[in-house]
Design a protein around this ligand. Structure first.
Ligand code: ATP
Ligand code: MG
Length: 262
């Protein structure tokens, strides 16, 4: 059996906010093409984990490796340049810009690329944005309107379309469907399945266990600022995951993971 090198490997990741231990000694691993879910109660440290691995905040301690190489992202843009796209729980979009400007922020399409004399290709960005947005199924009347006037769900779809459209090495979604209606949620789940088919690794944070069990290969359980265990989806069940989240089941009570047969 060949052992695959993880695309993302994390050890000892720790973040304290003053006296609050948001994340302590977290270990995590994601294999090539793997889709993983992160679950846990409110305040368990899930979003902190995402902010630390995508350069929004710096950890107090820990090691983050991409394809075996140690990385330290100075900013989210730094992570994006390495092919990591993230939809944050508190959305990082520019309220005063329209949809195409948000989607292409930092990677604008140009007609002529002459450094400071570059001319932006607005038509191409509008067309490509409409195409990307259509994958989410969301309806936005006027793409040239600023995001300020849009609903939470519409904004979430803009962020998801952008991330899914540009992700190369890894996509991270922090509660991507929390503000979406039934139809939009189903479309976003289809997008996630499309990323799986393309072999793009993904981490999704979700409180929706139906969604988690339908979409991912492995489930990581966060509890009170620690990653307490992970389970292969096909070797666990929702009751076990709920027990781990609430503390009714201790990881030491779990059966050993069965060997994977390829
Ligand atoms: N900027 C901050 N300053 C101080 N404390 C923070 C900060 N960000 C998060 N925390 C604290 O860290 C802990 C973990 O928060 P985090 O947002 O990571 O939880 P979460 O698992 O994402 O929860 P939820 O499911 O509600 O989104 C919480 O106790 C929270 O209050
Ligand atoms: Mg969160």
């Amino acid at each position: 059996m060949t052992s695959l090198q993880p695309v993302l490997h994390i050890s000892g990741l720790t973040k304290h906010y003053g006296g609050v231990e948001a994340l302590t000694d977290a270990g995590f691993s994601l294999l090539p093409g793997e889709h993983a879910a992160i679950v846990g109660d409110n305040g368990a440290g899930k979003s902190t984990f995402v902010r630390l691995i995508t350069g929004v905040e710096q950890p107090n301690a820990g090691d983050i490796r991409l394809d075996g190489n140690k990385v330290s992202f100075a900013s989210p843009l730094d992570a994006r340049e390495q092919g990591i796209e993230t939809v944050y729980q508190t959305l990082a979009l520019a309220e005063d810009l329209d949809v195409p400007a948000n989607i292409f922020l930092g990677r604008e399409l140009t007609r002529f690329n002459l450094g400071p004399l570059s001319i932006l290709n607005h038509k191409a960005m509008r067309e490509k944005s409409a195409e990307m947005l259509a994958t989410t199924g969301v309806k936005i009347q006027d793409m040239s309107e600023s995001l300020r006037g849009m609903s939470g769900g519409q904004r979430q779809c803009v962020a998801i379309a952008r991330a899914a459209g540009f992700a190369k090495n890894l996509i991270i979604l922090d509660e991507p469907t929390a503000a979406l209606g039934v139809a939009e949620t189903a479309r976003v789940e289809q997008i996630i399945k499309g990323l799986k088919a393309k072999g793009i690794p993904l981490i999704i944070i979700s409180h929706n266990l139906r969604q988690v069990f339908e979409l991912v290969d492995r489930i990581w359980v966060f509890r009170q600022g620690r990653i307490i265990c992970s389970r292969l989806t096909r070797q666990t069940h929702p009751e076990e995951i709920v027990g781990l989240i609430t503390g009714a089941i201790h990881p030491s009570q779990l059966p050993a993971e069965e060997a994977l047969t390829c």
